[in-house]
Design a protein around this ligand. Structure first.
Ligand code: CO8
Length: 265
């Protein structure tokens, strides 16, 4: 579907509104636990968002008191290691899709973000949370560890000290503590979560999509490289901006003392 409107999946919806793609997860019977179908739908929706030229920034949120309460424990409890690896495929795939998406993705965390839910928030670029949100890597309490990228992303984001504490204790943390750890960009009153998330998304969506893509790539790919290699990456992405319409428009608008109108190309 192009233009404004809502696309419904079984467990999620995609609302397209003024350049934003708002994905809402709704599996209330299991507190939005990531079962196979939900993971596969999340992979599909972010593939759709990548391809939709009208969506410039995505927001991911949940319903009621839950963002995502983790992977579906009942669905995975009897698996052996080979089956667990296979089970992980779609979950890792949708999180990697979000992480590598050419557009910014904002997690608007409305409530519980446990286990795979916290890993999902970690795969997003920015995280705004309701003051009622709760976070935790609870896997240790179940005899497992996070497997979908959350460990490495958390360490890179907040450092080993707090990451090991979260992983080893399986404790639940409130939004303010997570903000202080550097895990969240902002904590807002519960009723203002979507208003704040949309305002941030709108502000970003006015920028050049080309420059946003390269900025995200420079940070994500650069953080896996040595400093000299990362600086080379920054340099080459900077140069590539000069092949875009948006660079010409941005600098011409400055010279003409007017606001740039970017076309994301
Ligand atoms: N999986 C399956 N069902 C769940 C899950 C879950 N993660 N979380 C909640 N539910 C279900 C409950 O079983 C319950 O179902 P029912 O009504 O049929 O009994 C329903 O949701 C409501 O839950 P509660 O009654 O427990 O609700 P409360 O408000 O009392 O408690 C909690 C909320 C604290 C969130 C509690 O439900 C809880 O502790 N849930 C489990 C949280 C957790 O441990 N998450 C980590 C899961 S492991 C994981 O994420 C590993 C990721 C690895 C990578 C991904 C691999 C695919």
């Amino acid at each position: 579907m192009t233009g404004e409107g809502i696309v419904e999946y079984k467990y999620i919806s995609l609302e397209k509104e003024a350049g934003l793609g708002i994905v809402t997860i709704s599996r209330p019977a299991a507190l939005n636990a990531l079962n196979r179908d939900l993971s596969s739908e999340l992979l599909s929706v972010f593939t759709e968002i990548e391809q939709d030229k009208e969506i410039r920034v995505a927001i991911l949120t949940g319903i009621e008191k839950t963002f995502i309460a983790g992977a579906d424990i009942l669905e995975m409890k009897d698996k052996n290691s080979k089956e667990a690896l296979d089970y992980l495929t779609d979950t890792r795939a949708f999180m990697d899709k979000i992480y590598n998406l050419s557009k910014p993705v904002i997690a608007a965390v409305n409530g519980y973000a446990f286990g795979g839910g916290m890993e999902t928030a970690l795969a997003c670029d920015l995280r705004i949370a309701s003051e009622k949100a709760k976070f935790g890597l609870l896997e240790i309490n179940l005899g497992v560890i996070p497997g979908a990228g959350g460990i490495q992303r958390l360490v890179r984001l907040i450092g080993m000290t707090k990451a090991k504490e979260m992983l080893f204790t399986g404790d639940i943390y409130d939004a303010l503590s997570c903000y202080e750890m550097g895990f969240l960009n902002k904590v807002v009153p519960h009723d203002e979560l979507m208003k704040e998330a949309k305002a941030l998304a709108q502000k970003i969506s006015d920028k050049s999509g080309v420059a946003l893509h390269y900025a995200k790539k420079a940070i994500n790919a650069g953080s896996d490289l040595s400093l000299p290699a990362a600086l080379e990456l920054d340099e080459s992405l900077f140069a590539l901006c000069f092949d875009s319409y948006d660079q010409k428009e941005g600098m011409t608008a400055f010279a003409e003392k007017r606001k740039a109108v970017f076309k994301n190309k």
